[in-house]
Ligand binder design. Structure first.
Ligand code: SF4
Length: 105
């Protein structure tokens, strides 16, 4: 529903289920048992994503995406089609001042 799907790079784990909607790994509040600091009964989304990434298809392609720097969520795309945003490259537009080190976005 975020309109900028990144499931292929997170082991099919949706980062929008992180209460902070973080897109580049866990915050500093992960509990000792690996659960979320905001929702104590839930495993941290990013620990789950890390564990799941080994099961991704196309291991030499998608696995590498896990370590890419992803831009912050663009809330203007919420509710729009991720597929259309992918094809039109709308999901690659980033906020002013944002750039990734590899220039991929
Ligand atoms: S512990 Fe993990 S799931 Fe919870 S807010 Fe931090 S990054 Fe998100």
């Amino acid at each position: 529903m975020c309109g900028q799907c990144v499931l292929h790079s997170t082991g099919m784990t949706c980062p929008m289920t992180c209460p902070k909607t973080l897109r580049n790994g866990p915050c500093g509040g992960v509990r000792e048992n690996g659960n979320c600091e905001v929702i104590p009964d839930m495993q941290c989304v990013w620990l789950k994503a890390y564990d799941r990434k080994v099961f991704l298809p196309l291991p030499t392609v998608w696995k590498d995406h896990f370590n890419e720097l992803r831009p912050p969520v663009d809330m203007r795309l919420q509710g729009s089609s991720s597929w259309i945003n992918l094809v039109t490259k709308r999901d690659q537009q980033t906020p002013a001042g944002w750039s990734t080190t590899d220039g991929a976005h």
